[in-house]
Design a protein around this ligand. Structure first.
Ligand code: TRP
Length: 324
């Protein structure tokens, strides 16, 4: 039997190159080897309640990107977290075996509490418990995540151990599987690519938008004149080209250091490569978006499949906890 993979994606809307290279591409690759369950975590999004008016369109846009990128409803279960209401039940029950002290120590909680002292809600402190519930509701063995999620995974394992000790062996201890891709830096050349910093490129942007954004990207700050020698190791455009044009990297490194190529030409080439890389995805996305009811159907179908697994787990959990 194949091992089960579970991962959750927050509904932040259209995906950018950082989301794609850091997570989605990996999700697509895992579909053959594992039994994959992928979830858009709308309930988690509510822990930092902002504008819920956008939630539904964010879910749809993110779904279209993921489907166009190759997540395949024939190969993986793809659904929206709140469409499987058993998550709320398991969240409550896992709350009974999770000491508050563990949750208060989680770095992401401390960080969010510091940043939004006026909104330290009960759901926020419970974020990792709900994440654990996501994973174990489907008895997942492997959880592909970025490094920032490791403390959550560690906590999930502790909750699982505690549950298993109290109520008998029920859940596998989930293993994190780190995406090997290094952090994708944004167009500012400074911070991780993110929508909130507006230093991102949406994978489904038009070719014109993509080119315009890339032409505005920061390169090696020491290279003020066209004739100044460049330092590819500090240049984010170089890093992106490594990804999208691996074949030119060796000569590009030399050409940049000797100022044989200028930053403008370098960026033009990157823009062309990015547009070329995402062209099939963009075409596919437009096709899927034009099919009436397609995304809704995928989500409903995914929720149905997910629910079968979830109900089986809940039955077992309730028996073990003395509820039935
Ligand atoms: N916390 C994850 C993030 O911020 C999203 C998430 C929710 C998740 N539930 C999960 C990831 C379960 C892996 C497994 O990206």
């Amino acid at each position: 039997m194949k091992k089960r993979v579970f991962s959750g994606v927050r509904p932040t809307g259209r995906l950018h190159i950082g989301n794609y290279l850091g997570a989605i591409k990996n999700y697509v690759a895992l579909q053959g080897e594992f039994d994959c369950v992928y979830c858009v975590v709308d309930l988690h999004a509510l822990t930092t309640l902002e504008d819920t008016a956008l939630l539904q369109s964010n879910i749809r846009e993110g779904m279209l990107d993921m489907l166009a990128a190759g997540l395949d409803p024939q190969k993986a279960v793809i659904f929206v977290q709140s469409h499987v209401p058993e998550i709320n039940e398991l969240f409550t029950l896992l709350g009974m075996v999770t000491p508050l002290g563990w949750l208060m120590r989680v770095p992401t909680f401390k960080e969010k509490a510091r940043m939004h002292p006026q909104n330290v809600n009960y759901g926020l402190v419970g974020y990792p418990v709900m994440m654990t519930a996501d994973i174990v509701l489907y008895k997942a063995d492997v959880v592909p995540v970025g490094e920032d999620q490791l403390p959550h995974l560690e906590l999930a394992r502790e909750i699982v151990r505690r549950f298993n000790e109290h109520f008998g062996d029920t859940f596998p201890e989930p293993q994190a599987r780190l995406t090997t891709f290094p952090m994708v830096v944004g167009l500012d050349g400074q911070s991780k690519m993110s929508k909130s910093l507006n230093n991102h490129i949406e994978i489904a942007a038009t070719a014109e938008e993509t080119t315009k954004k890339i032409m505005s990207a920061v390169t090696d700050p020491a290279r003020k004149l066209r004739s100044d020698p460049g330092h590819p190791e500090v240049c984010n455009v170089f890093k992106l080209r490594r990804h999208f044009e691996p074949e030119v990297i060796a000569s590009l490194d030399a050409d940049c250091r000797t100022a044989k190529i200028g930053c403008v030409d370098c960026k033009k080439s990157l823009a062309a490569a990015v547009n070329n890389y995402f062209a099939p995805l963009r075409a596919r996305r437009a096709e899927l978006a034009a099919i009436p009811g397609y995304v809704e159907e995928v989500m409903a179908d995914g929720a149905r499949q997910a629910r079968v697994i979830a109900c089986r787990t809940m039955e077992e959990v309730k028996k073990k906890m003395g509820l039935i």
